[in-house]
Write a protein of this length. Structure first.
Length: 306
């Protein structure tokens, strides 16, 4: 973050102490921060820069969200930042640790889970502002009946809530109580597709593809459905996203012990181009790094038989 931006934020925070100025500044500033059109992070191609900037930014968002507690879009924006940080800079690095570092891997997973759940709770709070009773209801009532009150204006909340929730489950598989809520989490993403089949240029299809590829049959796993959802995710993205190929390799092909499919998907991931203005640039860069690591360490996924 530049010195100019830090100074600007500092002046804004100081001005919040003045009641006469606070409301105007808060409204304008949070409108800018919570805008779903902003690509200040996602169009960057320097993951290290974003990793260093995000902790400060997250705490800034949390501070503003506590002051503007009835702003659902700010709750959503805060939750998304937690999700990005947990996935890219806690969970992914933890996954690449050597198998001999089990204590460190476990600690990274538990930290990622906590961050994902904090993100989920902000997003559910945003939905609760829009639909009073939603946050408590999603845990205590039938998800289907509760989700029926949501509409197309809620799709971003539902999608990111699902991502945070399921990512928390995957980050710490020893938490059986949390694992029992998986179907509720997945139901949020399913609701997204019932409202908007083209949401996020295929991101909801990608989410469900990962679920059907990874889940055991007893919990709804279905290889054929996974293939269909992956195909649709690639189609809707125009082949411009790296993540579907990486997850196709790490879930579908790995589960089926298909080494050729695994390497082909990762090579396709590495071939994706990201122009400077692309809102997918940051995640494409991160997922390419992950794909490159997976190719370099393919023996970890497909050990040679002795």
């Amino acid at each position: 973050m530049s010195g100019k931006n830090v100074l600007l934020i500092g002046l804004i925070l100081v001005s919040l102490n003045s009641c006469s100025v606070r409301k105007m500044v808060m409204t304008r500033f949070t409108e800018t921060l919570s805008s779903q059109q902003s690509t200040v992070f996602t169009s960057d191609d320097d993951p290290q820069l974003i990793a260093e900037a995000l902790p400060f930014t997250i705490k800034l968002y949390e501070s503003l969200a506590s002051k503007d507690s009835l702003n659902p879009e700010l709750q959503l924006a805060t939750g998304k930042l937690f999700c990005l940080y947990a996935q890219a800079f806690v969970s992914f690095p933890g996954d690449t640790l050597h198998d001999s570092l089990q204590a460190e891997k476990k600690a990274a997973g538990k930290r990622a889970k906590k961050l994902f759940l904090r993100g989920r709770d902000y997003i559910l709070r945003g939905l609760d502002i829009k639909h009073p009773g939603f946050k408590n209801g999603i845990f205590s009532r039938s998800a289907d009946s509760l989700l029926a009150i949501t509409d197309i204006n809620d799709t971003a909340y539902l999608y990111w809530g699902a991502v945070c929730w399921t990512s928390a489950i995957m980050a710490d598989r020893s938490d059986l109580a949390l694992a029992m809520t998986l179907k509720k989490a997945v139901s949020l993403a399913q609701r997204v597709l019932s409202l908007d089949q083209n949401f996020g240029t295929g991101t909801a299809h990608e989410f469900l593809a990962i679920y059907f590829a990874s889940a055991p049959k007893a919990m709804g796993g279905d290889t054929e459905k996974a293939k269909e959802y992956f195909s649709k995710a690639v189609e809707l993205s125009g082949g411009n996203k790296v993540s579907p190929y990486v997850y196709m390799a790490s879930s579908l092909h790995l589960k089926n012990k298909n080494k050729d499919g695994f390497t082909d998907a990762l090579n396709r991931a590495m071939a994706v181009k990201s122009p400077p203005e692309s809102p997918n640039r940051l995640l494409n860069t991160i997922y390419k790094q992950r794909a490159a690591w997976m190719l370099r360490n393919i023996e970890r996924f497909f050990p040679e038989e002795k």
